[in-house]
Design a protein around this ligand. Structure first.
Ligand code: PLP
Length: 269
C-alpha cells in the first residue's frame, strides 16, 4: 500500500519524539506505523529513553538547540507532508519545536501530548505543560489526548464519564488546535473504547472500537497518533482518524503473536 502525497509520490512523514530501545513505543513505534501504512519515515529525537516493556528507567533529553538542528536538517532538505509530535520532555524543547515548525510552515501536524508512561513514569516535566499548551498546541491540525492528559491540559479533575467527555470538547478546541481526538480508553467500566473526534467546523463523531484484552498494549497512543500522521496527506481529518483507529485495532488484535519482554509488550504493526 502506498499513500499519495500532493506530488504523486509516497508521503514523507516526520516524527519528533523520544526513543524506546525495546521497540514498542516512541520513535520506534512511529517508524513502524509509518512504514506499515506506506509512508516514508523521518525522525528527529527529543529524548533518549532507557525503557522496556516493564517500564521507563531513565531518560536524557537532548539539548533544545540540537533538537532544532535535527528538525532543520530534515525540513531544509526533505518535503515533509505530515508531522507527528510525541514526547517533548521539557519546556525548552517544546519552544524550539514550535519555533522550527512555524519557521518551516509545517502542515498536517499531529500532537500527542505525551505526559506519563503507562508504567507511571513522567515523560514531561510538569512545568513544561504551559509551553506545550500555549506554544505547540495551537500549531496542531489535531491533538490526541487521553483522559488524564485532557484533564491536565484543561486544569480540571481527572474524573470522567461519557457526558464529561462531550462537555470537554469545546474547551479542548478552544486551546487552539483545529481538531481534537479525545481518547476514551481510560474510561472505567466501559465495554468498548470510544473516542470522540471534534473539529472547529462543528463536526463531532464518536468512534467506537472493541476493547481488546491483551497485555501487549505498550505504545498504543504512539501508534494511533503516528497512523493519523501517516494517513493525513491527501485525506480529510475524519477519514484519516477512522482509518488510523482501524489500524490500531488490527495492531492490538495481532499483538498476542509477539513474545517481547515480560511486561506490557508492544502491539504488532
Ligand atoms: N516512551 C515514549 C518515548 C513515549 O513517547 C511514550 C508514549 O507516548 C511511551 C513511552 C509510553 O508508552 P505506553 O504508555 O504506551 O507504555
Amino acid at each position: 500500500q502506498t499513500i499519495p502525497a500532493p506530488t504523486g509520490h509516497i508521503a514523507n512523514v516526520l516524527t519528533i519524539a523520544g526513543t524506546d530501545p525495546s521497540g514498542g513505543a516512541g520513535i520506534q513505534a512511529d517508524i513502524k506505523a509509518f512504514s506499515a501504512l506506506g509512508a516514508y519515515a523521518c525522525s528527529a529525537i527529543t529524548a533518549v529513553v532507557a525503557q522496556n516493556t516493564r517500564g521507563v528507567r531513565q531518560f536524557v533529553a537532548l539539548d533544545p538547540g540540537f533538537v532544532a538542528e535535527q528538525i532543520d536538517a530534515v525540513l531544509e532538505d526533505v518535503r515533509i507532508d505530515a508531522v507527528k509530535i510525541g514526547m517533548i520532555a521539557n519546556a525548552g524543547i517544546a519552544r524550539v519545536v514550535a519555533d522550527r515548525l512555524r519557521a518551516h510552515k509545517a502542515r498536517n501536524i499531529v500532537l500527542d501530548p505525551v505526559m506519563v508512561a503507562k508504567s507511571g513514569h513522567a515523560l514531561l516535566a510538569p512545568e513544561a505543560v504551559t509551553a506545550l499548551r500555549d506554544e505547540l498546541l495551537p500549531l496542531a491540525t489535531i491533538i490526541t489526548p487521553n483522559l488524564p492528559e485532557a484533564a491536565v491540559l484543561l486544569d480540571r479533575a481527572d474524573a470522567w464519564n461519557g457526558a464529561a467527555m462531550q462537555d470537554a470538547l469545546p474547551d479542548l478546541l478552544a486551546l487552539g488546535a483545529e481538531w481534537v481526538l479525545l481518547k476514551g480508553g481510560h474510561l472505567e467500566n466501559s465495554a468498548d473504547s470510544t473516542d470522540l473526534l471534534a473539529g472547529r467546523n462543528g463536526h463531532v463523531t464518536a468512534l467506537p472500537a472493541p476493547r481488546i484484552t491483551t497485555t501487549n498494549d505498550h505504545g498504543t497512543g504512539c501508534t494511533l497518533s503516528a497512523a493519523i500522521a501517516a494517513l493525513l496527506p491527501g485525506r480529510q481529518v475524519p477519514g484519516a482518524v477512522a482509518s488510523a483507529k482501524d489500524y490500531l485495532t488490527l495492531s492490538l488484535a495481532a499483538a498476542d503473536q509477539l513474545d517481547v519482554g515480560g511486561g506490557h509488550g508492544p502491539v504488532h504493526h
